[in-house]
Design a protein around this ligand. Structure first.
Ligand SMILES: [Zn+2]
Length: 423
């Protein structure tokens, strides 16, 4: 009977041939799953990961030495990563609105920066090793063709919505954008799948496979999310970005000394260990498990990265597959730059914004009239679209709530973007 069951299971697993060939049915993000998926795209994955590890360990040692020497400037960098969200839906089904999409990204930004409300309730045993990374995941406002974008692309495609085709075919340049694919994929009911990501690899980035695939029913909070507001499962997004920045599970290789290649995370069998919320009752490797770590599988209590993990991610940001994303040149090209340096602007494409901060009316003037001027809010919604073709235009912003806004001026030979403040 046992053999029959296994046989039936095999038939069931093998029957969706097209699906199996194009999108392997990996439902977890264990190291073995990640490596097996990467092997599909890069036969030299072992060598790729070994090279990454060599670089990482040397760089982490350097970062830690700099910290010991009190050289904080070299370890306290800030990063911005442009993001594109690919949303797969079927009509209204799984059509996530901008509020839900932004909330999913807000959770990642909040967690990485240590802004989470439970940051101050971390178990005292781990309080001294908790750490944050000064990083912003920014919805792109310029697409790969230089056109304005909300940073969100919708695809009305039922097969894609159910993750039955290769979603990475829609990827934007992996060296410029973190691609996050949001199918309504659950792998059964109740859902067994939340997300998976690949570790850094130029081979994968070259071919567009470097993103994160994430079930949209667990992305942020909103009408199309099964999560209740505040439910910590939503921080699986943070966990997956951790993988994307070369972090392993804290329970990788169980109690062995290799573990997750991070010095300060206690070894644990984890994964299969059920923790009660944030109560840390697991001593599977004779040390208290850091159950509130984002890279554990305890989805009811996600609060922290350790300093060692932050150092490892800092090193990952310097790997060839990640270093281009946060370059000033790329942030300008994707509309995620804090300011637009004048060195980038062609002399005839200058944009002057005044006053800034503004209230009531804001004026844009140009040396060369642009074809279009777009105004966005921080969620990426277009609030105004002016067909100027004049050397100056004014926009009524009296109805805009106070906050940060973005503009993007489209010229015949490119676009310029920047921020302004409404007070
Ligand atoms: Zn994982």
């Amino acid at each position: 009977m046992k053999y029959l069951s296994l046989f039936l299971l095999f038939i069931t697993a093998a029957s969706p041939i097209i699906f199996a060939q194009t999108t392997p049915n990996f439902t977890t993000c264990t190291y073995e799953d990640i490596k097996a998926r990467m092997l599909l795209y890069d036969p030299n994955t072992e060598e790729t990961l070994a090279a990454n590890e060599n670089f990482t360990q040397a760089r982490v040692a350097e970062i830690q030495q700099n910290r010991l020497n009190g050289n904080q400037s070299s370890v306290n960098a800030t990063y911005t990563i442009p993001v594109v969200l690919h949303v797969f839906h079927n009509g209204d089904d799984a059509y996530l609105d901008m509020d839900q999409l932004q909330s999913g990204l807000d959770i990642i930004n909040t967690d990485f920066n240590g802004w989470n409300t439970d940051w101050n309730t971390i178990d005292p045993a781990f309080d001294s090793i908790k750490a944050s990374l000064d990083i912003e995941f920014c919805l792109a406002s310029i697409d790969p063709d230089g056109n304005p974008t909300t940073g969100v692309v919708y695809y009305d495609n039922e097969e894609a919505m159910l993750n039955q085709i290769e979603l990475t075919q829609y990827s934007w340049d992996n060296y410029k954008y973190l691609n996050i694919y949001l199918p309504k994929y659950t792998n059964g009911s109740p859902s067994l799948f939340t997300a998976y990501a690949n570790l850094p690899s130029t081979v994968l980035s070259d071919d567009g496979y470097a993103g994160i695939t994430y079930s949209s029913i667990r992305w942020g909070y909103g009408a199309h999310s099964e999560l209740e507001d505040g439910q910590e499962w939503a921080s699986v997004g943070t966990h997956e970005v951790g993988h994307w920045l070369n972090l392993h599970h804290t329970f990788r290789y169980g109690c062995s000394s290799i573990g997750d290649e991070v010095d300060d995370t206690p070894p644990t069998l984890g994964g299969s260990i059920e923790l009660e919320g944030c109560y840390n009752n697991d001593f599977s490797c004779e040390l208290a498990t850091n159950g509130s770590n984002y890279m554990d599988y305890n989805h009811d209590c996600k609060k922290m990265f350790t300093q060692g993990q932050v150092d490892r991610m800092t090193a990952a940001l310097e790997l060839p597959s990640r270093i281009t994303l946060w370059s000033e040149e790329n942030l300008i090209a994707t509309g995620c730059a804090e300011t637009v340096p004048t060195t980038f602007l062609a002399e005839n494409n200058l944009v002057n914004v005044s006053p800034n901060p503004a209230s009531g009316i804001i004026r844009f003037s140009f040396n060369t009239p642009p074809q279009q001027l777009f105004i966005y809010n921080i969620q990426g919604n277009v609030l105004a679209n002016s067909l100027t073709k004049t050397s100056a235009t004014t926009i009524d912003i009296s109805s805009f709530p106070a906050g940060i806004y973005y503009y993007s001026a489209i010229f015949s030979d490119g676009s310029q973007s920047g921020k302004f403040i409404v007070q």
